[in-house]
Design a protein around this ligand. Structure first.
Ligand SMILES: [Zn+2]
Length: 550
């Protein structure tokens, strides 16, 4: 920073916001010399902040904040690095994916050789006869799809199964085929397919019901300790990308217990808001629990239902057919209106927030109708109804969302990460998908989210995708929905907190809020939007403690 711009910067920071120091509270930590973007409209930028008891005590200029320090205060020079509030991944599946990371090899790699060596390494630590499992594989991200011969070469003496990131298809090796008694002559099961090469030999790729043939052979009973370890591991992974809070969008009782056990053991690195799976709602209601139960680390959120399928697997329920699929196929309805209404009404009356997965415009229309009816029959002040993903919108749907102040929780990096499926929706429709510009213009509060494992829990990738609407190959989808960096950061911080009724607790850097923040290696405001995802997270603080340091 030049002396001139430095002076200019200092002039912009003149006020000090501080909590009334009633108990003569002394800061334990002061961070100074920072380029701090607070996401607090009262004081958008600052140089320094003081922390006490895991919360921000004061935020302002170097001079003002440093003057609060005592001999016991730890002073940390930020060397003019950029600081943002910690990010909130408002829809992801940390509990479930954490357990998977414990058990399986992450195959989200860009070359087949890298996947082979990761599998080989795991095989060396695996007792004979036991499965070597991979997940997170995406055949669109390697030069060609992986096959049985690649897997045989890497691991000849254990059964191997690599799951596609989408969750419906698998790749297996020869030992696995043998164990399942599947050979070149085996007929496809109903609703499934074993792929053959041009010579009629199995490639090792199996889809849907054919994949189940292998899943049935894999023992999968998770212990209580697995859930604890999984929660600890995934929270560490999320904080390494700057995520300090996540919403588990389909938490089982075991997941909730895993978070709590990890917290008790002192190794839950991020905060979790749990949308409870609809099939366990009755257990929670019987226990007298409703939305908001818990504390700032692990909290019970709303109840989660499903109205339709997914965008990447072409099962979202649309008003107009998919392009290139035929038979006027418009996707799948996952619940009837009656089911959504009955469960929604019961939960609403018992004090629960409602959160419903709805991607396609018909699914969104259906759940909005249910929310409208429930709120009309039993009005609740500030219900904060959520629509998970909330992908394909129309103007009338957005107006109805606005009337009810429904919260959209859209995928943030879909355009960047899954550009390869956008052609099924077509140029015109993508102008109305993940419509962040339209949401914001309507005065809604969209969040940021990954739906991990569907896409990376990686805030810098979210920002890049939302600012550029450009995929990995450089195709632009729905440029009309671009938003600004400031707006995108707000969605990923304050709006995520709002979606869990916690905006007074976290989401911005201001006195009284939880001391959750991220230190970046580069200033995103001085970075080309198409390079944002290259910005490294240097450190992540949660509750005044560094949970990640690069
Ligand atoms: Zn999800």
């Amino acid at each position: 920073m030049s002396p001139l711009s430095r002076r200019h910067f200092l002039q912009g920071v003149s006020s000090l916001l501080a909590l009334p120091l009633v108990r003569a509270e002394q800061p334990e930590i002061v961070l100074y010399n920072g380029n701090i973007w607070t996401v607090d409209p009262a004081q958008p930028r600052a140089q320094a902040l003081a922390i006490s008891g895991g919360r921000f005590l004061a935020v302002g200029s170097n001079a003002d904040v440093l003057s609060l320090a005592t001999a016991r205060t730890r002073k940390i020079d930020l060397a003019f690095k950029t600081v943002l509030p910690g990010f909130n991944d408002a829809h992801s599946h940390p509990g479930e994916s954490g357990v998977e990371h414990l058990r399986k090899v992450a195959c989200d790699k860009d070359s087949i050789e890298k996947i082979q060596s990761a599998l080989r390494e795991r095989a060396l630590q695996t007792p004979p006869g036991q499965w070597v499992l991979g997940f997170l594989y995406d055949d669109g991200k390697t030069p060609r799809p992986i096959n049985r011969h690649d897997l045989d070469a890497a691991v000849p003496d254990h059964p191997v199964l690599v799951q596609h990131r989408g969750g419906h298809t698998v790749f297996v090796n020869f030992v696995a085929l043998q164990l399942a008694n599947v050979n070149d002559q085996t007929p496809d099961p109903p609703g499934g397919r074993f792929e053959h090469d041009s010579a009629g030999h199995l490639t090792g790729f199996a889809g849907d019901a054919a994949a189940q043939v292998f899943f049935k052979l894999i023992p999968r009973k998770n212990s209580r300790d697995d859930y604890r370890q999984g929660a600890a591991l995934i929270s560490k992974m999320f904080t390494s990308k700057g995520v300090t809070s996540a919403c588990d969008a389909d938490a089982s009782p075991e997941d909730v217990q895993g978070y709590q056990d990890a917290r008790d053991a002192g190794n839950l690195a991020m905060r979790v808001y749990c949308l409870v799976a609809a099939d366990s709602l009755d257990h929670f209601i019987a226990a007298g629990i409703h939305t908001g139960f818990g504390d700032e680390w692990v909290r019970i959120g709303g109840v989660k239902q499903y109205a339709d399928g997914s965008i990447s697997e072409r099962t979202a329920w649309l008003s107009q057919p998919y392009i290139g699929i035929g038979n006027n196929y418009v996707g799948l309805q996952l619940s009837s209106r009656e089911q959504l209404y009955e469960t929604g009404r019961k939960a609403h009356l018992a004090g629960w927030q409602l959160a419903t997965h709805a991607n396609g415009d018909l699914a969104i229309d259906r759940i909005l109708g249910v929310y409208e009816q429930i709120q009309k029959e039993s009005p609740k002040k500030d219900p904060r109804f959520r629509i998970e993903h909330c992908t394909l919108l129309t103007d009338p749907l957005i107006q109805r969302m606005r009337a009810l102040q429904v919260i959209p929780a859209p995928f943030s990096c879909y355009v960047y990460f899954h550009g390869d499926v956008m052609h099924f929706y077509g140029e015109d429709r993508t102008r109305h998908m993940f419509p962040m510009r339209s949401f914001l213009d309507a005065g809604l509060r969209p969040t940021d989210s990954s739906d991990y494992t569907a896409s990376p829990s990686h805030p810098m990738m979210w920002l890049q995708s939302q600012l550029t609407r450009t995929d990995m190959k450089g195709n632009v989808w729905g440029a009309n929905q671009r938003i600004t960096l400031q707006e995108a950061i707000r969605c990923g911080t304050v709006n995520g907190a709002y979606a869990s009724f916690e905006e007074n607790l976290k989401g911005s850097i201001q006195p009284g809020q939880l001391a959750d923040l991220v230190v970046l290696a580069q200033d995103p405001f001085k970075t080309d939007p198409s390079e944002l995802l290259k910005i490294q997270v240097e450190r992540t603080m949660v509750g005044g403690i560094w949970k990640y340091e690069s």
